[in-house]
Design a binder for this molecule. Structure first.
Ligand SMILES: C[S@@+](CC[C@H](N)C(=O)[O-])C[C@H]1O[C@@H](n2cnc3c(N)ncnc32)[C@H](O)[C@@H]1O
Length: 226
């Protein structure tokens, strides 16, 4: 049986500096942080937190035993937040601006965690929110990430990825397997819609991402070993 969502557990946002516009750690962050703790991070490994936001997961990796953690994000405000949050805790986290390519340039890593944007967004939306919007099918970041996993994960290492069922967990697993990794689901949680999904229920219902009047989504953590 999969571990239950740690209901009522404190979100890892407590005490984290978050500059304006940076993603507030939420249920997905929390689910992935617990998966990191349960997976165990062998002492001395090199780790990557891709799409780091405040650095909440980079901090979880360092606390779990990683020797060094690289935190990568497209947002400079996110990186500034992550740098300060790690420094205040005296944790070995470095930050790098960029995307998958910037992360791969320093790789591969023994442990990779990522909470990427995965929310489907109407193509009519004028200005997508880069913190969470991921194209009409929610896969704009997930597809290249799963396909590019071998450049990130060292042989013998593993990746932990959180996403919504809405954006195709089976597809992620297929792409990871095609890339030569061994994916499996290690955590699931039903969570109520947050503010982002609540504002776009019409689009999600009309596009078939949720059934009418459903206002919760299932989050899944995939682990893929190489
Ligand atoms: C859903 S938030 C997750 C933040 C943090 N890891 C957490 O769990 O709280 C996604 C983050 O990815 C960043 N981002 C979006 N697209 C990206 C890309 N292609 N490469 C790297 N970072 C990206 C955003 O700036 C945002 O900080």
């Amino acid at each position: 049986m999969l571990p239950a969502f740690p209901a009522g557990s404190a979100l890892p946002a407590r005490g984290l500096l978050r500059l304006p516009g940076v993603y507030r750690p939420q249920a997905d962050t929390c689910l992935l942080a617990s998966a990191v703790r349960r997976a165990g991070v062998p002492a001395g490994v090199r780790a990557l937190d891709l799409c780091t936001g405040t650095g909440a997961l980079a901090i979880a990796l360092a606390r779990a035993g990683a020797e060094t953690v690289l935190a990568v994000d497209l947002s400079r405000r996110a990186l500034a937040s992550a740098r300060v949050n790690a420094a205040l805790r005296r944790l070995p986290v470095r930050v790098r601006h960029g995307d998958l390519l910037a992360a791969a340039a320093g790789g591969p890593y023994d442990v990779v965690v990522t909470n990427p944007p995965y929310v489907p967004v109407s193509p009519e939306r004028a200005r997508p929110d880069r913190r969470c919007d991921a194209g009409a099918d929610g896969r704009a970041v997930l597809d290249p990430l799963c396909e590019g996993a071998p450049a990130l994960v060292a042989p013998g290492g593993f990746l932990l990825l959180v996403q919504s069922v809405m954006s195709g967990v089976d597809r992620s697993a297929r792409l990871l397997a095609a890339a030569g990794l061994r994916p499996r689901v290690v955590a699931r949680a039903m969570v109520p819609f947050g503010p982002v999904l609540s504002r776009r229920t019409d689009f999600l219902e009309q596009s078939g991402f949720v059934a009418p009047r459903v206002r919760e989504e299932e989050l899944v953590v995939l682990r893929a070993d190489r």
